[in-house]
Design a protein around this ligand. Sequence first.
Ligand code: DI6
Ligand code: FE
Length: 422
Amino acid sequence: VNRYYIATDYGCKAMCDTLFHHCQAATLVPGLGAYGHVQDAAVAVTAGRISWVGAAAQLPGDLRRAARQTLNLGGAWLVPGLIDCHSHLVFAGSRALEFEQRAAGASYAQIALAGGGILRTVAATRDASEQALLATATVPARALCSEGVTTLEIKSGYGLDLETECRQLQVAKALEVPLGVHIERTYLGAHSLPPEYRERRNDYVEMICARVIPRIATERLATAVDVFCETIGFTLAETERVFSAARGAGLAVKVHAEQLSNLGASALAARFGALSADHLEYIDQSGIDAMAAAGTVAVLLPLPFYYLREKQLPPVPALRAARVPMAVASDFNPGTAPIASLRMAMNMACVHFGLTAEEALSGATSVAARALGLQADRGQIAVGQRADLCVWPVDHPRDIVASVGVPVPSAVFVDGSPRRES
Ligand code: DI6
Ligand code: FE
């Protein structure tokens, strides 16, 4: 355990902006035991990052004296800020009609093939101004952040044309300041075939690869590219073309894989060094083995599973046995998961998918960070990480997973400062 108590070297003089003490720390650092628990902990923050963490009794005296601010947490738990690593939060319009249609017996695929589904949201989103999109997106984003989310990934994919995709990604970025959290952006042009390309699939994929991806990369509108690889989405060969273009442009890749059927997208993604393959209800052992070998994260999405009344469970025991890291995300979107709660997803990941509470919490912190390629930067309470932290008034971190809506974090810090909404 002692190897963990590393003081940072900020020169000879100790520097500390905030010192948290009288707390229990769920560091989520692997190898430190359940939840990475450090008892009677102290956590020092310097210049927005964690500069020391360990048992308070071992806190160096010069660091304690240097603290400009000392916060006594009265025995509460300090936990990394939650990370929602998969959402489609920027869009216009409602899909509640389809909710009713499914209740009357229609399937998600049937509705999509009849021109509803994603394309319904695309039409509404193309018509919406940047301001309107921002106003609409702010509501679920605030709901997620009120649960303790400090990093939120947002995908495009409801514009499909160059201009609207870029508008979606700009709106996603514009949420950062009013919400006071970090936003990561993903380009999902390969979400659905737009109506104007109905007879020209090949041209649409070419447009994604030759026009949009280079622009996304040059203008830094996103750090990753995603594909909906599915019978009602894009084929394996099309997915491969998009991945090649993305990697060639220096962008990370990830994939919506094996949600409704098994096309082998997870193994393809692993071959491209994908950050994550998401959904995975229909993944087989060869996909699992490929992901394990590549270190690709499995992002489990219980909210769309529930919302579409799916029956096929993702093979969690096999993923666990193969040591594929498992994240949990909301997949917040208008069609299959209009449920703005990562906590609900974490809870359902346990109830429906059989994750342990610890797996669900690490899945929404340390492993979620890895799904975004940010594991060196956030997701754990460890020296050098961003001080994105939640204070939870609970007896044990399992309380955060076991219920939804309550408890709420008593304080949230982003980059070491109290989260400020405006
Ligand atoms: N899978 C999903 O769960 C969302 N997108 C995707 O590729 C659903 C998108 C929608 O129905 O609007
Ligand atoms: Fe999704």
